[in-house]
Design a protein around this ligand. Structure first.
Ligand SMILES: [Mg+2]
Length: 250
């Protein structure tokens, strides 16, 4: 039976330098558009990756868009789930057109909501004097979700915007949307956009090709929990948001 690892990338397989422990040998794993290294692996992450890439079919399952995914220097060779599940790439790098059409139809219904919550977030941030701005993230010509980052990486400001502006909006007109917040990242996503949906589709394809498969889910964020829970096994990096709200809480 083939073993399939659906793997979140950022803060699961690598992270920015300030999140890396001191005194360990780091290697760059992801780069900015200008070629500068932005994310690094630790020795234990490289050990884990070596194990995964030699014994499993690894399916990156990430919020990254195509451009950002191409700046990850890890030799993946199977399917890839991008944009929180909005895009599925085949092993040859081409986007699945059937999935693309389904997602375009779903996202067209969400676009007015994305614009509205972006306005709500920007209006609130401006009224507080925060420098953060929300923007809609598009890929393959499709708008998928809204993201806001604080220029000073003040996660407490994002928490305030989430609680005072976004949560109220979701409780009233935004019931078809949900929040992902982790570190300096506040995102609002349509419920139709979820890594779990794309993981389910890729699992169906892999079962059709290989028969029964054993699935593993790796992720660091609460928003990864749903696709991980659909796998046979869940792998959670120690010290992550998901670890502190599950294993750490016990
Ligand atoms: Mg992550």
């Amino acid at each position: 039976m083939i073993k399939v690892l659906f793997a979140d990338l950022d803060d699961s397989l690598f992270q920015s330098r300030e999140k890396c422990p001191e005194g360990v040998a780091l290697q760059p794993a992801a780069f900015l558009k200008d070629g500068a290294a932005i994310s690094y692996t630790t020795p234990s992450q490289r050990d884990f990756l070596e194990l995964a890439l030699t014994s499993m079919t690894v399916v990156p399952t990430t919020a990254r868009n195509l451009n950002a995914f191409r700046r990850v220097d890890i030799p993946f060779c199977s399917y890839a789930v991008l944009d929180y599940g909005g895009v599925i790439l085949h092993p040859d790098g081409s986007a699945d057109t059937g999935w693309q059409q389904e997602m375009q139809a779903a996202m067209a219904l969400s676009y007015a909501g994305l614009q509205r919550v972006m306005d709500v977030m920007n209006t609130y941030a401006t009224s507080c004097g925060f420098g953060a701005t929300a923007r809609i993230i598009e890929d393959f010509g499709t708008p998928f979700y809204v993201v806001m980052k604080d220029p000073d990486k003040r996660s407490d400001r994002l928490a305030q915007i989430e609680q005072q502006a976004v949560a109220t909006w979701i409780a009233t007109e935004g019931s078809d949307f949900y929040i992902h917040r982790n570190g300096n990242n506040l995102a609002v996503l349509p419920k139709a956009l979820n890594k779990a949906h794309a993981v389910q589709r890729v699992s169906q394809w892999l079962r059709a090709q290989h028969g029964e498969i054993t699935t593993f889910g790796l992720g660091d964020s609460r928003s990864d929990a749903r696709f991980m829970a659909a796998c046979d096994y869940a792998i959670v990096p120690t010290g992550s948001q998901l670890s502190s709200s599950t294993l750490g809480a016990l």
